[in-house]
Design a protein around this ligand. Structure first.
Ligand code: JD8
Length: 270
């Protein structure tokens, strides 16, 4: 996969030289390129912003440097011209579709991803419209809170997407077990020492009984998700729940009514 990131703070993306993503780049599993938007300006002050039409606080990013930077990236794209396919341009924005694991899996299939990191009050909207000629443009948010720019969002998305590329994670098995992989939060984990500050590791985990360990972990996933993310519990497919799951959900405050999972107390449940 090729990834291009454009920012006025390219050093913000230096973290992508580290850890698994850094290793994947060195092993050519990922061709990641960071571009400084100011390299696409021509004035002495390397200007990238100006005052907003219609007034208001703050500054807006000018279209010309963006058009030059994105034009260069489109030209260099490995996506075959005329193939009907376009590279995907992710524009981090608080006004975008919310990023999640499903989107990460979809984007991990792409041949070429570009990320446009805005700052100030945002990027002139005509850049987004114009980029649609060469890119499949996707405004994306990483959550309902306000950041000062797109860089942090790109760090999160590139890590979430990059680790799904075959070969990046050493043991692909671990991808199967993780959060959100089955619509549930992950179970608690423990390591040595077995007693720490007088706190014991749950006995079953020392038993070697894989059946009981699997049941313990599944119960913890259900209990945690019921307590912390009830919105995920009601989305579970009832057909995937065995009687032990249903029993744990019952004791965690949820019942199954007409094939649907509902919080007790709703639908007249005791
Ligand atoms: C891109 C400029 C700052 C946002 C005026 C504060 C993503 N989940 C998210 N929250 N915030 C962003 C985000 C914020 C950005 C830019 C992404 C470019 N800003 C602006 C509008 C209000 N300032 C984000 N992904």
């Amino acid at each position: 996969m090729r990834i291009d990131v454009v920012s006025i703070f390219p050093e913000y993306l230096a973290a992508l030289d580290l850890s698994l993503i850094g290793k994947a780049r060195r092993e050519n599993l990922l061709d990641l390129n960071v571009h400084d938007l100011r390299d696409y300006t021509h004035d002495r002050h390397r200007t990238v912003d100006d005052t907003p039409y219609g007034g208001g606080a703050g500054m807006v990013m000018k279209p010309e440097p963006w058009a030059a930077a994105l034009g260069r990236i489109a030209t260099e794209s490995p996506v075959a011209k005329g193939s009907g396919d376009k590279p995907i341009l992710i524009v981090p924005s608080p006004a975008g579709a919310v990023f999640n694991q499903e989107m990460a899996y979809e984007l991990a299939e792409a041949e070429h991803l570009a990320f446009a990191c805005g700052r100030y009050e945002g990027i002139d909207e005509r850049v987004i419209e114009s980029a649609a000629e060469a890119f499949d443009v996707r405004p994306v948010s990483i959550g309902d809170y306000v950041l000062n720019g797109g860089e942090v969002a790109v760090l999160a998305m590139v890590e979430a997407i990059g680790r799904l590329i075959p070969g990046v994670i050493g043991n692909p098995e671990s991808l199967v077990e993780e959060s959100h992989s089955d619509g549930l939060l992950e179970y608690p984990v423990y390591t040595k020492p077995a007693t720490w500050e007088g706190r014991e590791v749950p006995e079953v985990l020392l038993s070697g009984n894989h059946g009981k360990i699997a049941r313990f972990r599944r119960n913890k996933q259900l209990e945690r998700t019921a307590a912390r993310r009830p919105d995920l519990i009601v989305q579970l497919d009832v057909a995937t729940l065995n009687r032990h799951d249903r029993d744990t959900l019952w004791h965690s405050g949820f019942a199954i009514v007409d094939g649907k999972i509902v919080a007790k107390g709703e639908a007249g449940q005791v």
